[in-house]
Design a protein. Structure first.
Length: 707
């Protein structure tokens, strides 16, 4: 039943799954309804078997088909169909149609088993209400006698004292039109009317869900008067137990907070003026925190590195950022209730650190950051063993505190302001934190600190990597990249540690930085490849490949990059992903740097299977080069054909048009030169292509015949 149309009727969701079983059963239901409508031979043969099926879903389909048929038999379309048939034929067809499906309904309503399935009760009641005027009097009597017997069974067993045990049968009885009810059924209804009511049975919705929407929009909230706003906030603050969305998916307290937060981010000045009144009015504490959070978001959107999730149009003129940040700083120092929620404090301090860079504010922020860092042990305990350390670094109280501290330090250095002593004491503590996720924000921004204050920067880096690391190396790429050229002596130590500690997680970083250092002259290329071959780490090979490709166009590096790529291609255990990367060298931007040796080595590197190898650019390059110098390209294509004949299935190659173009150019050149050896090689290549059944060969031959 959960996979049929019953589920859509008895649940309320914005979206419904579209599984294979849903599609199949929808098709079965539509097919049954179609055959019932046209009284097909298949339906006449299988009606009894379907009606008595042990599958509840099949019985549901039959009930729905009968209901639809009753509606259809009363429609104008049905009677026009009757008029199109000769009189006698239409009478016979009408009798067969009505007698058969009415007889089926009568038998269905006399089946005791079908009344025992709770999920069929509503559909069965609808059918009875529609069918009672059409079925025979004896069928009506049999049906109500059956229902009366089911009522008697409930009265005799232990459930008889439970009123709700009668609910389904009460709804069924209520579905019978009053003029057709027997005296016994009517008495039963009268006895329970005061308990269940006399309204028509309602469709039961067993579950509901979807997108919860707030009771009002952000703009509507901004338009409210102060009195209206406070009344709204008071109401939802007192009725937090109703926070769960109702069946119409209108939210409550949580959604009001969300709207309030967005309103504060759009018009922070309005809520700054209301803040003290909100505190005095004893509004729910979470509203107070939400106002602070909303104003902090306003600052983050304008001065930080956070982008709003949707179209954000703040009120103009925009308020002064420093005044807003100073207000938040004052609130954090004045209202202790804000410190009940570490996430609010950390969000507000982070926003302030993006804006305030004067000496006095820096000292105040440093003190608050120190407090924040030393509080909230529960949050630290929850996140300490998290597998997703980057998520913990971004969203945890202490991770945000670390990010704010290094941001403030860098901003002060950028503006050439003195860094408070307290902040200089805090940063080493953060860099040495036992929770790895707390160190990540410092590691991600330490490159600027190294640039502006090298001694402090290298000291913090030493603290971050004070013990062997397995999880931090993947976040080391930025500081390694920005320092490999000018500070290689310091970087070499960390590259060596990465080689022994983090190749599994950050092999690509080692490959990229080491290759860049090689191009810069800090590492011998032979030494680089000895390590690459020894470790045989696929990400490291890919990292090295990316660097060689990226620097191929630089004249001072072209020769080294080509020789490096050739050495990479000669690695027998090279992954398909790396070969696909190297294929980019044959694209238009860098194809002029390709050497003959490089092209032959690329062909040699191709191996079966080629499912994970994409060398379209190489094929396009062959077609391009064949137009410029078809004779030189001949040997390359002969070598490629040999690969197709011995190792690679040609059917996995697409597109083949560049190969056909190259062959055509070679044949033309051979024909123009009249060199017998060249002609023989060209014809031989054509025959090999035909045997390989390369797509496009038949069209090439037909074109040659026409010419």
């Amino acid at each position: 039943m959960p996979y049929t149309s019953w589920n859509k009727k008895h649940t309320k969701h914005d979206f419904y799954p579209c599984r294979n079983l849903n599609i199949l059963l929808d098709g079965v239901e539509k097919a049954i309804k179609h055959r019932v409508r046209y009284n097909s031979d298949w339906w006449l043969q299988n009606e009894i078997r379907l009606r008595t099926s042990s599958e509840v879903a099949i019985r549901y389909f039959i009930i729905e088909a009968y209901k639809e048929n009753i509606c259809y038999s009363s429609s104008i379309k049905f009677w026009f169909l009757m008029l199109d048939i000769e009189f006698v034929g239409s009478i016979l067809l009408l009798n067969q149609f009505l007698n058969f499906y009415i007889l089926g309904i009568e038998r269905l309503l006399e089946d005791q088993d079908i009344f025992c399935h709770e999920k069929l009760i509503y559909a069965l009641g609808e059918l009875m209400q529609m069918a009672y005027p059409k079925i025979s009097e004896s069928a009506q009597l049999n049906n109500q006698t059956l229902i009366a017997s089911l009522i008697s069974k409930i009265e005799k067993n232990e459930k008889g004292s439970i009123p709700w045990a009668y609910r389904n049968l009460y709804d069924i009885c209520l579905s019978i039109p009053s003029i057709f009810r027997t005296r016994e059924i009517q008495i039963f209804l009268d006895n329970w009317a005061n308990y269940f009511g006399s309204n028509h049975p309602r469709l039961n919705v067993y579950s509901w869900g979807g997108l919860v929407i707030p009771p009002l929009s952000t703009q509507d909230l901004l338009k409210l008067s102060i009195k209206g706003l406070f009344q709204l906030l008071h109401y939802y603050g007192k009725h937090r137990v109703q926070d769960i969305a109702s069946r119409d998916m209108i939210g409550g307290f949580s959604e009001i907070k969300s709207i309030l937060r967005e309103a504060c981010s759009l018009n922070p000045v309005k809520f700054i003026n209301l803040f003290s009144l909100m505190v005095q009015a004893n509004l729910h504490q979470e509203y107070i925190s939400t106002v602070v959070e909303g104003i902090a978001y306003h600052l983050e959107y304008r001065f930080g590195n956070v982008k709003p999730g949707q179209k954000w149009e703040p009120s103009f003129p925009l308020p002064d950022g420093e005044k807003l940040a100073s207000t938040l700083l004052n609130w954090l120092e004045r209202y202790s209730i804000l410190w009940n929620d570490g996430s609010i404090v950390s969000t507000a301090l982070k926003a302030c650190c993006h804006v305030l860079v004067d000496s006095e504010s820096a000292k105040r922020l440093s003190l608050l950051l120190f407090w924040l860092y030393t509080k909230y042990p529960y949050d630290r305990q929850i996140r300490k063993h998290s597998n997703d350390i980057i998520s913990a670094a971004i969203s945890s109280t202490h991770g945000i505190a670390a990010s704010s501290a290094i941001t403030l330090c860098n901003r002060l250095l950028e503006e050439e302001q003195p860094v408070p002593e307290l902040l200089l004491l805090l940063l080493p503590h953060i860099a040495s934190d036992s929770a790895i996720y707390v160190r990540i924000p410092v590691l991600q921004q330490i490159h600027y600190l190294i640039y502006k204050k090298p001694n402090l920067g290298w000291l913090l880096l030493e603290n971050i990597f004070k013990e062997p690391q397995l999880k931090l190396w993947k976040y080391s790429g930025t500081f390694l990249y920005l320092n490999y050229r000018d500070n290689f002596n310091q970087i070499a130590l960390y590259l060596n540690r990465l080689l022994h500690e983090g190749m599994e997680e950050a092999g690509d970083i080692w490959g990229r930085i080491s290759t860049l250092a090689s191009l810069a002259g800090h590492i011998d290329q032979q030494q680089l490849f000895e390590i690459l071959i020894k470790t045989n780490n696929n990400p490291a090979w890919e990292g090295a490949t990316q660097v060689f490709i990226a620097n191929l166009h630089l004249q001072e590096h072209t020769k080294k990059c080509i020789s490096g790529l050739i050495l990479i291609l000669q690695n027998r255990s090279l992954s398909g992903e790396t070969i696909t990367l190297i294929d980019r060298c044959f694209q238009e931007e860098t194809r002029n740097y390709i050497t003959r040796e490089f092209a032959f080595t690329f062909i040699s590197s191709l191996k079966s299977p080629v499912r994970n190898i994409d060398f379209d650019s190489f094929l396009e390059w062959l077609g391009y080069e064949s137009r410029r110098n078809p004779i030189e390209i001949l040997e390359l294509i002969e070598e490629l054909a040999k690969k197709f004949e011995t190792e690679i299935s040609v059917y996995s190659i697409y597109p083949t048009q560049p190969l056909i173009i190259a062959l055509n150019e070679i044949l033309r050149e051979a024909d123009d030169t009249d060199e017998l050896q060249l002609i023989q090689r060209a014809i031989n290549l054509q025959d090999r292509f035909l045997k390989l059944n390369i797509e496009g060969m038949e069209e090439l031959l037909r074109k040659a015949e026409r010419e």
